[in-house]
Design a protein around this ligand. Structure first.
Ligand code: PMP
Length: 365
């Protein structure tokens, strides 16, 4: 059980979180921020005309650039919100320790807030996640524990089980628990979704969102369906994961290299009923598309942005001109400087090949 009892509950099937005070939108305009935490949220929505044109799309394509958040990802929003709510509940106090199992970005958001607020921060993260994330976490003063990729979520060595064991051994330690904390989806229900509705004047036909914990897609999906019931919500799940529906889409269960999305269990905060359609995307197409987003649109984005854009191009090809599709772009290339940004890494992993004159190229299958 989460050790921090929430005032707010948001159970499956309920359309609205309750009791719940909308926070994070509209954000107070400030010329000078009190701290860098004020630079979380209010991210730019950017027209992606070049990719749209090169992929023969008729509709308008927009990218919600979550890598502009202070810690570099969409997860800064939930990290801050979960901490603020636990503080307001009187659960989290000076001198306490925050522990979290994470694929890295929630950890970076938490470590950033802990650096400013003065909490000790311990992040438990599978080996698969990049060294860049680990270095950023260390730079923010977090302690890091790595767990084997091979451990499934319920095994004692999994990042989730290791974090809970640690919590039981450290006095005044808390796990905010992004997999179950209602303020994970609520941060997006209040913040990200309202921003998109406002930025688009409530004219949106489709939103494409990747799922890890499912907080982003559940929060945005619920708010958008409330306001625009005909807007389609498209879920993105990597090949190898089991989050997609129908289950037949998940016939291949295997490890994959894209970070932050997909799981081998269904997190409590993922409410799959608000998702109209799931699209599975594999590593190679994700990384090649992430590189294209950089080359064609100048977006310094991470691998899951590539997965989202591959799914967007597939799903939004059914939309005609005058329609609008928003793709959520979760994190930045900073996390992957030695991974998909690096041509040698792309070649070593067989996502690119060397041409006869030794120039790295991407050949069709
Ligand atoms: N992309 C990246 C890079 C992430 O770190 C995450 C968070 N795990 C996601 C997408 C998915 O976000 P969520 O946990 O809200 O489903």
């Amino acid at each position: 059980r989460p050790d921090i009892p929430c005032r707010c509950t948001w159970t499956l099937g309920e359309s609205k979180p309750s009791p719940h005070k909308c926070k994070a939108f509209p954000r107070e305009k400030k010329n000078i921020f009190s701290s860098v935490l004020d630079a979380i949220g209010d991210t730019p929505l950017v027209r992606l005309d070049r990719i749209a044109k090169s992929c023969n799309m008729k509709c308008e394509l927009l990218g919600k650039c979550e890598f502009f958040n202070a810690g570099g990802s969409v997860k800064d929003r939930i990290a801050l919100r979960m901490i603020e709510e636990a503080e307001e509940d009187g659960q989290l106090m000076q001198g306490d320790t925050i522990i979290e199992p994470t694929s890295g970005n929630t950890g970076i958001g938490l470590a950033l807030a802990c650096a400013i607020k003065g909490y000790r921060c311990i992040i438990v993260m599978p080996e698969k996640m990049s060294l860049e994330k680990e270095n950023v976490l260390r730079g923010l003063g977090a302690e890091i524990i790595r767990t084997p990729n091979s451990a499934s979520f319920d095994e004692p060595e999994s990042h989730i089980r290791v974090a809970w064991d640690l919590k039981n051994r450290i006095p005044r330690a808390h796990i905010l628990d992004q997999y179950r904390n209602p303020y994970n989806p609520i941060a997006h229900y209040d913040g990200t979704a309202n921003e998109i509705l406002h930025q688009c004047d409530s004219k949106i036909d489709m939103v494409v969102i990747s799922a890890g914990t499912g907080g982003t897609i559940t929060g945005i999906g619920r708010k958008i369906k409330e306001k625009l019931p005909n807007c389609q919500i498209i879920g993105v799940d990597p090949v190898g994961s089991i989050l997609a529906l129908p289950d037949t889409l998940n016939s291949t269960i295997k490890s994959y290299k894209v970070e932050g999305i997909g799981y081998d269990f269904i997190p409590t905060v993922l409410e799959r009923s608000c998702i109209d359609k799931w699209i599975k995307v594999d590593d190679k197409e994700s990384f090649l598309m992430a590189r294209r987003l950089m080359r064609e649109e100048g977006l310094l984005c991470g691998g899951s942005c590539g997965s989202v854009m591959v799914a967007t191009i597939e799903a939004a090809s059914s939309l005609g001109s005058g329609h609008r599709c928003v793709a959520i772009l979760p994190d930045s290339i900073r996390n992957y400087m030695t991974k998909h940004l690096n041509e040698d890494w792309m070649i070593d992993n067989e996502f690119m090949q060397l041409s006869p004159d030794k120039y790295p190229i991407c050949l069709p299958e």
